[in-house]
Write a protein that binds this ligand. Structure first.
Ligand SMILES: Cc1cc2nc3c(=O)[nH]c(=O)nc-3n(C[C@H](O)[C@H](O)[C@H](O)COP(=O)(O)OP(=O)(O)OC[C@H]3O[C@@H](n4cnc5c(N)ncnc54)[C@H](O)[C@@H]3O)c2cc1C
Ligand SMILES: NC(=O)c1ccc[n+]([C@@H]2O[C@H](COP(=O)([O-])OP(=O)(O)OC[C@H]3O[C@@H](n4cnc5c(N)ncnc54)[C@H](O)[C@@H]3O)[C@@H](O)[C@H]2O)c1
Length: 481
């Protein structure tokens, strides 16, 4: 069998694996990346990019409709085919040539096939013809194999040709009736998209709609979905699913009701991409999420890397934060850590150090592209209390800010901040309202930099912008004498 040796071998060429490879190459190391499907991963072809493209046209249309002068100029119906065509372009028509060109330019060697650990520092790659090649890593192997859709064990579901997020993101047409199981981020975004594109959507959300965000934010999204005709079945779940000969899918719910649809989207969370990775050859458990230390080295049950100090994991597969930007942040930290260890330069894994992914625990930003959008970073009031922090949370009506009133007639939104009372710094910030996504980064900086609340009074928001919400929240919090 052919053998090749590199300093670093990365398994999985999603956004995270690509960034790891780039970082170690920039650190002067040789690097191979193994990909079994498309270079660019889930995010590029079946997740972030196509789903946001599905949402964008109708979001722009809603913005126009909130302004009478602009509304008068828009008279036709939405062109769904054009939306789907633009989505196809954003998914690069499911071809990865562009990303492969980038890998070549960055000096990264691509091996197509399934990568499996076959022993310490060794990865075996099997291509579609069954041919195998062995890659030896002098310094490190990085697992960046992402996650896949979780299919719950509901009787009849697997036999009912359910959609996963991949099918929704790449849908060639819009079903007349779509049932969605799961009220998390995927469920909420796809309910927003498909309802706007013409589906009659029904959601079944066992733990409520968007249970991980501030309740004021999920309430606003629930109200908006209902106003657009989405039927919400909250705090119940399907007991069985059946697709009959005519193609209709029927979901029998635990609360006794029945949902009928033409397609059913399962959006009930993710499973780690570790089932067929050869983890058993390095003493780890196949199919499990990988646990990591501060510099993203995989740790065993005793919490240390042990004999596997050469093995790292980044992105969805370590379950720290299932978001592209957070995985890429991990990639920068661990890529630099691998290069530093190889070059014998210091590795700084202290909190906020160059080689520690501290923000994963303290300041994860997320935008949920529902309508209204939810933009949040750090803790909610509930998660801060659960973490044992002594906090005070304040909220304010976003629609009462002059910039928001100007932005759209009838602007409806709300914002809240969570202050750590012992340190007098922000630990959480959430906004729910039209077009709040681009406002989020100020809050991310305030939390990451641990700017004292006293100093935030000197960060003056321009008038009349929606950012004046910062002033209103500070006023609601109060100023110490
Ligand atoms: C519908 C949807 C929408 C989303 N929208 C957003 C969003 O708007 N913003 C955001 O930040 N996040 C979003 N996410 C999350 C985001 O997609 C993931 O966090 C991100 O893709 C994780 O990147 P990754 O590189 O860790 O994994 P992936 O993107 O899953 O890439 C892993 C790669 O590894 C390959 N691979 C796996 N096993 C092997 C193997 N054994 N050998 C070789 N190759 C292998 C896979 O083929 C894949 O290409 C969304 C997720 C979903 C499902
Ligand atoms: N804009 C974004 O940033 C974005 C967009 C989409 C996805 N993502 C990421 O993708 C990940 C996966 O998203 P997701 O929505 O699949 O998972 P999730 O964990 O966010 O939500 C899954 C939901 O399904 C519900 N559920 C589970 N089993 C159920 C059942 N049998 N019946 C009814 N409801 C059930 C759960 O209560 C949960 O709320 C998220 O962690 C998110 O970070 C991010």
């Amino acid at each position: 069998m052919t053998r090749n040796t590199f300093d670093v071998v990365v398994i999985g060429a999603g956004p995270v694996g690509e960034n790891v490879a780039d970082r170690v190459a920039q650190g002067g190391l040789t690097v191979a990346i193994v990909e079994r499907e498309l270079v660019g991963g889930e995010c590029s072809y079946w997740a972030c990019m196509p789903t946001k493209a599905l949402l964008r046209d109708t979001a722009a249309l809603r913005a126009v409709h909130s302004l009478p002068g602009a509304r008068a100029a828009v008279t036709g119906e939405p062109d769904v085919a054009a939306t789907l065509a633009r989505r196809d372009a954003f998914a690069s028509h499911w071809h990865d040539d562009g990303q492969v060109t980038w890998l070549n330019q960055a000096g990264i060697s691509l091996f197509r096939g399934v990568g499996r650990l076959s022993g310490p520092r060794t990865v075996e790659v099997t291509d579609t013809d069954g041919d195998r090649i062995t890659l030896d890593a002098r310094q490190a192997v990085v697992v960046a194999t992402g996650s896949g859709a979780l299919l719950p064990q509901i009787p009849g579901l697997a036999e009912s040709a359910p959609w996963t997020s991949r099918d929704a993101a790449a849908a060639a047409s819009i079903p007349a009736r779509l049932a969605i199981i799961g009220g998390g981020v995927v469920g909420a975004e796809m309910a927003t998209a498909f309802a706007a594109l013409g589906s009659q959507v029904t959601m079944v959300a066992r733990d409520g709609l968007l249970p991980a965000v501030e309740p004021f934010a999920s309430d606003l999204v629930a109200e908006a979905l209902k106003a657009r005709g989405v039927a919400l079945h909250l705090l119940t779940e399907p007991e069985s699913v059946h697709r009959d000969e005519s193609g209709t899918v029927r979901l029998a719910l635990a609360d006794g009701s029945t949902v009928e649809a033409d397609d059913v989207l399962v959006a009930t969370g993710r499973t780690p991409g570790t089932g067929d990775l050869g983890l058993e050859h390095v003493g780890l458990t196949p199919g499990a999420w990988l646990h990591v230390d501060e510099s993203l080295r995989v740790v065993g049950p005793d919490g240390t890397p042990g004999d596997n100090a050469w093995l790292y994991a980044a992105g969805d597969v370590n379950r720290r934060a299932l978001l592209t930007h957070q995985g890429k942040y991990q990639a920068r930290a661990l890529g630099d850590a691998i290069a530093a260890r190889a070059n014998g330069t210091p590795v700084d894994t202290t909190p906020w150090g160059r080689h520690a992914a501290t923000a994963d625990e303290r300041a994860v930003p997320q935008v949920i592209f529902t309508d209204p959008e939810i933009a949040s970073v750090g803790h909610t009031a509930a998660s801060a209390e659960a973490a044992g922090l002594r906090i005070r949370a304040v909220e304010y009506d976003l629609g009462a800010v002059a910039g928001a009133a100007l932005h759209a007639d009838g602007y409806t939104g709300r914002a809240g901040m969570v202050v750590d009372e012992d340190r007098k710094v922000l630990v959480g910030f959430t906004m729910a309202g039209p077009d709040v996504a681009e406002l989020l980064h100020a809050a991310t900086i305030a939390i990451t930099a641990e700017v004292p609340v006293d100093r935030l009074w000197h960060a003056v928001p321009a008038y009349p912008t929606i950012s004046e919400i910062w002033l209103r929240l500070l006023e609601a919090y109060g100023r110490e004498d």
